[in-house]
Design a protein around this ligand. Sequence first.
Ligand SMILES: *[C@@H]1O[C@H](CO)[C@@H](O)[C@H](O)[C@H]1NC(C)=O
Ligand SMILES: *[C@@H]1O[C@H](CO)[C@@H](O)[C@H](O)[C@H]1NC(C)=O
Length: 311
Amino acid sequence: MAVTGKIVILIVFVVGIIFQSPQMILRPGLLRALINNFTEGAFNIPLRISKHGHSHKSFLRGDPTSVMDNIPPEASKVKYLNQDEAIQVDVDLLKDYKFGVDTQLMELAGLSVATAVAKVYESKKAEHVLVVAGPGNNGGDGFVVARHLKMFGFENVTLLVARKPTKEGFLNLIYQAEHNQVMVSYDASSYRDHSATLIVDALFGFSFKPPVRPDYQPLMDILVSSSAKLVPVVAVDIPSGWDVENGPPTDDSIRYMPDMLVSLTAPKLCANHFQGSYHFLGGRFVPKTLADKYALNLPPYPGTECVVRLK
Ligand SMILES: *[C@@H]1O[C@H](CO)[C@@H](O)[C@H](O)[C@H]1NC(C)=O
Ligand SMILES: *[C@@H]1O[C@H](CO)[C@@H](O)[C@H](O)[C@H]1NC(C)=O
């Protein structure tokens, strides 16, 4: 009886305070903040501690405008594409949605990769970044990444190009990188023992079929050896050497695990084998009708961001 009495008095007391000074207790936003804190604490997934000793908050906070701190629940529903689908979606974007204009799609893809890199590796802005760019569209994305990293304040960016392109659009992207103080090199052999502390892998994309041609093996070596030395490698769309659907190859000379993967348009099936620290989806340019056509189930991009974190 005594305990019940005390509880009743306590409730009356608390309700009294709330009604007497609602502006004190129920300040706008306070209740919401309390509820947010509760739901975040209850449902969010703990972050893994990064290999590089970055100190992370132990829980992701639900600030919907922060890419780093927010993995939307819909991220688990996004469709992973097989090779035919990846090729077909790209064809649709280029033809049906007129993204064919030269390098427009690469510009948006490269911008989103650079955005994600700048968020995760902000602490490396004064260090040497090496972008390894292949002969195809994935390499084209790399040309753009290098330039935007410079824009984002990375001081020392080198673009290592596998083969001098012939298409004007590609040449223009390299020209733009050079005219934004990106170092451009065509000589992979001089980067075998590089001192870069961050590598961007824009060597091969979803059209890659093994084996790696001998002239590209030196570039592949840079990725494999860097990763083995625990220098973080950021893979653009597909980690080079991986099968688009089945993931890492069995051949040691071309197998590596990136620290970060930035999937473009939609993740490809190989992303199921990704075991690095950060998985982002980039390229906020997919029209809704196209996303519906392939049932992509794209998660919402936070705020005005061009990337969303998947893992
Ligand atoms: C919510 O959590 C943050 C971070 O832990 C804390 O600073 C803030 O005071 C909390 N807000 C409320 C209303 O409890
Ligand atoms: C960039 O880094 C490399 C490797 O550490 C170094 O050799 C080069 O001088 C640096 N360039 C600039 C412009 O700082």
